[in-house]
Ligand binder design. Structure first.
Ligand SMILES: [Fe+2]
Ligand SMILES: [Fe+2]
Length: 481
C-alpha cells in the first residue's frame, strides 16, 4: 500500500472517530435540552443507539461532501474547512432545533439556519443536503427522547421538522441570487410569512383543531425569523473563525475606506482611477460568465496595488512632464515596472486578502514582455535582445479572475490612451488583445472557455463606449451664455 493511501485511510479514520465523538456529544446535549434535565445518563442504551444513528447520517454527509468537493465548483475552499463549516452548522442547527422544539414547539425548529449559513459559506446544494441531515437527526433525537411509541407526540415533531426543512430549501433559493445583508433579512422574513399557509396545511394531516393549526403556522414564521436572527449574529463570527470570504465580506473590502485603497488613492491617483475602471469592466465580465462579480471587482481594485510603492515610475501617475525613466537604462526601468506584480502580491498577502485577489496581482501580466522598453532596446541593438530580461516574472493566470483582469487591464489602458474611432475599431482591438494572449499561451491555465472569451469580448465592447461617453465642455457652455 502506498504511503499516500495509508495517510488517506488514517485521515479518514481520524475524521470518523472525531465525528463519532461529536455525534455522542450532540445527542447527549440534544436529549438534555429536549427533556430539560441534566440527568439522562441512565438512558445509556438510547444514547448509544441515537449516537450511532446520527453518526451514520453524518457519515452519509461526509461521503456526499467528499464526492462534491471533487467538482470544480467547490475547489475554492479546502476540504477540511468545508467539513468544519458544515458540521459546526449542523450541530448548532440540531441543538437550536431541540431547544426551539422543547420550549416553543416543533414547528418553530430553525432548520433554515443550516441551509442559509452553509449555503452562504459553502454552496447552496451543500446547504440543502446539510439541512436534510440536520432535520432527520432532529426527527430521530427528539421523539425518541420524549415518547417514541406515542404517535400523537411523534407526528408534530416529524411534521414540524419537515416544515422546517422545506422552509430551509425555500430560503436556500433566496441566496441563489446575490443579496446584501438587508435584502437577505427582508427576503427571509417574506419567506417566513409565505411558509405559514404551508405549515397550516401540513398540520391538517394530524389535527383539525383550528387553534393548533394557527399556532403551528405562527411558530413556523417565528422559527424562520429565529434562524435569520441567529445567522445575522453568527455570520461575522463564521467569516472570521473560518476565514471565509462571503459576498458580504467582499462588499466591505471594496469600500474606499480600505487602507490599501486609501493609500493607492493618495500616492498613485492615476493608478487608482485606472484600477476603478478595470474593476468596473471586470465586474461586468464576471456577471457575463457567471462567476462572483464582487470578487472580480475586488481583483480589479487591488491588481496594481504594488504600484503604490513607487508610483512615479508609472506613466499614469507622472506629473509636470517628469519621467524618471529618462534617467535610467531600459533594463532598470523594466525591473522597476515589473516589480509591481510581486510587490502587490506581498502587500496583499500581508493584509490577509483572499487568494484570488493576491493571484490577480501577481498573474495579471503573465510572463509577457514590457513592450515599450523591449521594442526600444530591440531597435537600438538591432534585434540582439534577451527576451526574458524584459518580461514579467509570471506566472500566467491560473484563475478566471486573473485572466479577466489581464484582458480588462490591457483594454482599459489601450482605450484610455487612444479611444476607438468606431464600434468596428473597438471590436477589432478587443479581438486582437484576446487572440494575442491566446497565441502567447497566457490563457492556457486560467479555465476560461472559448465561449467565456466570446462573452468577455462582447461585454467589453458594450462597456467601453459607455465609460468613454463625451463630457460636456463646461468652458464652451459658459462662453455661449
Ligand atoms: Fe499591472
Ligand atoms: Fe493595471
Amino acid at each position: 500500500m502506498s504511503q499516500e493511501k495509508k495517510q488517506a485511510i488514517l485521515r479518514t479514520t481520524g475524521i470518523m472517530c472525531g465525528l463519532f465523538v461529536i455525534c455522542v456529544l450532540t445527542v447527549v446535549l440534544g436529549m438534555m435540552i429536549t427533556l430539560r434535565q441534566w440527568n439522562i445518563f441512565d438512558e445509556y442504551v438510547k444514547i448509544a443507539a441515537l449516537s450511532v444513528t446520527v453518526f451514520i447520517l453524518f457519515a452519509v454527509f461526509y461521503v456526499y461532501l467528499n464526492y462534491s468537493s471533487n467538482s470544480r465548483s467547490l475547489e475554492s475552499m479546502s476540504r477540511m474547512k468545508l467539513l468544519a463549516v458544515s458540521y459546526v452548522s449542523m450541530v448548532i442547527g440540531i441543538l437550536l432545533s431541540c431547544a426551539a422544539g422543547a420550549y416553543l414547539g416543533w414547528y418553530a425548529v430553525p432548520l433554515a439556519f443550516v441551509s442559509l449559513i452553509v449555503g452562504i459559506l459553502v454552496r447552496v446544494r451543500v446547504g440543502v443536503m446539510a439541512t436534510v441531515i440536520t432535520g432527520m437527526s432532529v426527527m430521530i433525537i427528539s421523539p425518541a427522547t420524549e415518547l417514541a411509541s406515542d404517535a400523537a407526540t411523534v407526528m408534530p415533531v416529524v411534521l414540524g421538522c419537515f416544515t422546517g426543512m422545506v422552509s430551509g430549501f425555500v430560503m436556500a433559493f433566496l441566496i441563489r441570487r446575490r443579496y446584501s445583508r438587508f435584502k437577505l433579512t427582508w427576503g427571509a422574513i417574506i419567506v417566513s410569512l409565505a411558509m405559514m399557509p404551508f405549515s397550516a396545511l401540513i398540520s391538517l394531516l394530524y389535527t383539525l383543531d383550528a387553534s393548533t393549526v394557527l399556532r403551528n403556522a405562527i411558530m413556523t414564521a417565528i422559527g424562520n425569523m429565529l434562524a435569520v436572527a441567529v445567522i445575522t449574529a453568527t455570520l461575522p463570527l463564521y467569516e472570521r473563525v473560518f476565514n471565509v470570504w462571503t459576498d458580504f465580506r467582499l462588499q466591505e473590502l471594496i469600500t474606499l475606506r480600505q487602507p490599501l485603497l486609501k493609500k493607492l488613492n493618495e500616492d498613485a491617483p492615476g493608478t487608482f482611477s485606472h484600477s476603478m475602471a478595470v474593476a468596473n469592466l471586470a465586474e461586468s465580465c464576471a456577471v457575463a460568465i457567471g462567476i462572483n462579480p464582487y470578487m472580480a471587482r475586488a481583483c480589479g481594485y487591488f491588481h496594481d496595488i504594488g504600484k503604490s510603492k513607487n508610483p512615479q515610475f508609472f506613466i499614469e501617475n507622472q506629473k509636470d512632464g517628469y519621467n524618471p525613466h529618462d534617467e535610467l537604462i531600459p533594463e532598470v526601468s523594466v525591473s522597476m515596472i515589473t516589480r509591481h506584480t510581486t510587490a502587490g502580491y506581498e502587500m496583499l498577502k500581508a493584509a490577509h486578502m483572499p487568494e484570488e485577489i493576491c493571484k490577480a496581482a501577481i498573474e495579471h501580466h503573465g510572463d509577457s514582455p514590457v513592450s515599450y522598453f523591449y521594442m526600444k532596446v530591440k531597435s537600438i541593438t538591432e534585434g540582439e535582445v534577451d527576451d526574458k530580461e524584459f518580461c514579467y516574472e509570471g506566472p500566467c493566470p491560473t484563475t478566471k479572475y486573473s485572466a479577466i483582469i489581464m484582458i480588462c487591464d490591457i483594454c482599459e489602458a489601450m482605450f484610455r490612451a487612444k479611444p476607438p474611432e468606431d464600434m468596428q475599431a473597438l471590436e477589432k482591438s478587443v479581438d486582437g488583445v484576446i487572440k494575442s494572449r491566446l497565441t502567447e499561451g497566457q490563457l492556457d491555465d486560467c479555465g476560461l472557455t472559448m465561449h467565456d472569451l466570446k462573452l468577455i469580448k462582447q461585454t467589453i465592447c458594450r462597456a467601453i463606449p459607455a465609460s468613454m461617453h463625451k463630457r460636456i465642455d463646461y468652458d464652451k457652455a459658459k462662453e455661449r451664455r
